[in-house]
Ligand binder design. Structure first.
Ligand code: DON
Length: 312
């Protein structure tokens, strides 16, 4: 049996084991998301050599939601550089919910780019002469990471735009403190649009593998992000990507990851692989229940914890 066969078999075993797990709730605070089938479930791994392993509903499309925050942070860093971006959004974990209305007391910055407030501030930094230019730059960026054109789910975008009062409140608070500039409705729209980008589980794994491969898409060989900033994305994913579960995640799973409320999770094992998981039911922290279980099992079975010294 080759290593590839073993990996493929492991994914099938994990898919079978966790398919029957019936815990968690599908997100419904964005009305359009509540319509999803909770039994959809897929796991994909893409190696930095470009090998693809998939099981389950790997081509089912869903909106990327908060996973987009990692990648738009990269674009903001490329647009403005590390020092300037740090004046607008910090890199401290909050230990709070992803949608908490909290800014750093002293600096008035949102705590980090992975929580909603920080992501809105980050997205507001994306350059472009018009809203269409800014959106196109964002979509082109996703295209580089994934390797094909991406589209927006307009129903989810409108659903979120119509009900996103909490995000709107945060944007106004940050506008008050000079952390985001006018016009804030334009930046909010861009944030809602980036969350509504459609991907499948295999796309997630390729995006993650691109970060694992120092910013070069291992399928197309195209550079998706300036090599300098890959470490920034991975650092905030590691410390803040799983919200108020981030500490436990770093301890038990041990690789940078990011979740989204539609049920996606990406995991990045530097120089080895990208992991994508999709399963809509979420735990109380907003992380996919099956996704968390699968990552714990993968980390253990494949020794993926970045500080694991077995065999060192
Ligand atoms: O802003 C929101 O609430 C959503 N567009 C994204 C939230 C999200 O995915 C949080 N992740 N678990």
């Amino acid at each position: 049996m080759t290593d590839g066969d073993r990996l493929s078999q492991l994914l099938h075993t994990l898919h079978q084991r966790y398919q029957s797990l019936r815990e968690g709730q599908v997100a419904d605070y964005i009305p359009e998301l509540s319509k999803v089938d909770p039994d959809l479930f897929s796991i994909c791994i893409v190696t930095t050599q470009g090998e693809i392993y998939s099981v389950g509903d790997h081509d089912h499309l869903f909106t990327v939601q908060s996973i987009s925050k990692v990648f738009s942070y990269g674009l903001a860093l490329e647009d403005h550089g590390r020092d300037y971006v740090l004046t607008r959004v910090g890199v401290e974990p909050t230990g709070e919910d992803f949608n908490s209305i909290v800014l750093d007391e002293a600096s008035k910055r949102p705590y980090n780019p992975m929580v909603n407030a920080g992501a809105i501030a980050t997205t507001s930094l994306i350059k472009g002469k018009t809203p269409v230019d800014r959106l196109n730059r964002l979509l082109e960026m996703f295209n580089r990471y994934i390797g094909h054109d991406v589209f927006i789910d307009v129903s989810v975008f409108l659903s979120e735009r119509m009900t996103g009062h909490r995000n709107r409140a945060m944007a106004h608070l940050m506008r008050n403190f000079g952390m985001i500039d006018d016009p804030i409705e334009e930046s909010l729209d861009l944030y809602f649009q980036q969350c509504s980008v459609l991907v499948n589980c295999q796309d997630l794994a390729i995006m993650a593998a691109t970060l694992a491969n120092r910013g070069i898409n291992p399928i197309t060989q195209e550079r998706a992000i300036d090599r300098r900033y890959v470490r920034d994305l991975l650092s905030v994913m590691y410390t803040c990507g799983m919200y108020n579960f981030a500490g436990e995640w770093a301890y038990t799973v041990g690789f940078p990851a990011k979740s989204g409320v539609s049920g996606g999770i990406i995991g990045v094992v530097p120089n080895q692989m990208g992991i994508g998981i999709f399963s809509p039911p979420l735990d109380v922290r907003g992380n996919s229940v099956r996704g968390v279980q699968v990552c714990e099992a993968l980390s253990q079975d494949l020794n993926l914890h970045v500080f694991d010294c077995q065999g060192c």
